[in-house]
Design a binder for this molecule. Structure first.
Ligand SMILES: *[C@@H]1O[C@H](CO)[C@@H](O)[C@H](O)[C@H]1NC(C)=O
Ligand SMILES: *[C@@H]1O[C@H](CO)[C@@H](O)[C@H](O)[C@H]1NC(C)=O
Ligand SMILES: *[C@@H]1O[C@H](CO)[C@@H](O)[C@H](O)[C@H]1NC(C)=O
Length: 198
C-alpha cells in the first residue's frame, strides 16, 4: 500500500547510495596506508615502471636519479628489481661514506672529540652496509619484515652518526649532507618494498 509504494520509490535511491558508498570505500582504500596492489600496465617499459614507482615516493627526483641503473629487462619489468637496485644504491652510498670517513680520520690535526665522533660514524656506516647487504638477501627471499627491520637499523645508524656530531657543537657536521641523502635513499627503498608487499 502506501508504505510499500514509498519503499518502492526509495529503493532505486537506496541502491544508488549503496553503490556510491561502496565505490567511496574502494577509492579511500586505494590511497590509504594499506593500499591496494600497485598496478602497472602489462607492457610497461622499465622506464615507465621506474617513473610510476618513483612517482609514489616523497623523494621522487632522488629516486629517479638513483634508479637510472636499473637493468632494462625489456618487457615485464618487475618492482622487485627496482627494490633491489634501490637497496644496492643505498649500500654503495654507505660504502662511499665509509671510505670518506676513513679519509677524514687520516687527518691527525683533528680535535680528539671530532676524531671520536668520526670514528663512531665509521662504526655506524660499517654496520649500515652490513644491514643493507642483509636486506638485499632478505628481499630475494621475500622476507619483507626483515628487509624493513634492517633498513630501519641502517637509517638509525645514520641518525646515530648525526647525533654524535650534534653533541660536539664544533661547527657544521661534515657528514650531515651524506647522512641526509643516505636516509632518503633508505626511505625510498622502504617505499618501494612497501609496493611489493601490497
Ligand atoms: C602496449 O604498448 C603500446 C605502445 O606503448 C600500446 O600502443 C598498446 O596499446 C599496449 N598494449 C596493451 C595490451 O596495453
Ligand atoms: C652518496 O651520497 C652523497 C651525498 O649525496 C654523494 O656525495 C655521494 O657521491 C654518494 N655516493 C654514492 C656512491 O652514491
Ligand atoms: C692516509 O694518509 C696516508 C699518508 O698521507 C696515505 O698514504 C693514505 O692513502 C691515506 N689513507 C686514506 C684512507 O686517505
Amino acid at each position: 500500500m502506501k508504505m510499500s509504494s514509498l519503499f518502492a520509490s526509495l529503493l532505486p535511491l537506496a541502491l544508488c547510495l549503496a553503490l556510491l558508498g561502496h565505490s567511496g570505500v574502494d577509492a579511500r582504500g586505494a590511497r590509504g596506508a594499506h593500499a591496494a596492489p600497485f598496478v602497472i600496465p602489462a607492457n610497461a617499459s622499465t622506464a615507465d615502471l621506474v617513473a610510476a614507482v618513483c612517482g609514489t615516493l616523497n623523494r621522487k627526483d632522488l629516486c629517479l636519479s638513483s634508479l637510472q641503473s636499473v637493468p632494462d629487462v625489456g618487457s615485464a619489468p618487475d618492482v622487485g628489481v627496482l627494490a633491489i637496485t634501490a637497496l644496492k644504491v643505498a649500500t654503495s652510498n654507505a660504502s662511499d661514506t665509509s671510505a670518506v670517513i676513513q679519509g677524514l680520520l687520516n687527518d691527525t690535526t683533528l680535535a680528539p672529540t671530532v676524531q671520536q665522533a668520526l670514528s663512531d660514524c665509521a662504526d655506524h656506516y660499517l654496520d649500515a652496509v652490513e644491514q643493507l647487504d642483509d636486506s638485499v638477501a632478505a628481499l630475494t627471499a621475500r622476507a619483507y619484515t626483515d628487509v624493513r627491520k634492517w633498513v630501519k637499523i641502517a637509517i638509525a645508524d645514520a641518525d646515530g652518526c648525526e647525533a654524535g656530531f650534534q653533541q660536539l657543537a664544533t661547527g657544521p657536521n661534515i657528514l650531515s649532507h651524506r647522512n641526509l641523502i643516505f636516509r632518503q635513499l633508505c626511505n625510498n627503498a622502504l617505499g618501494i618494498v612497501k609496493l611489493l608487499k601490497a
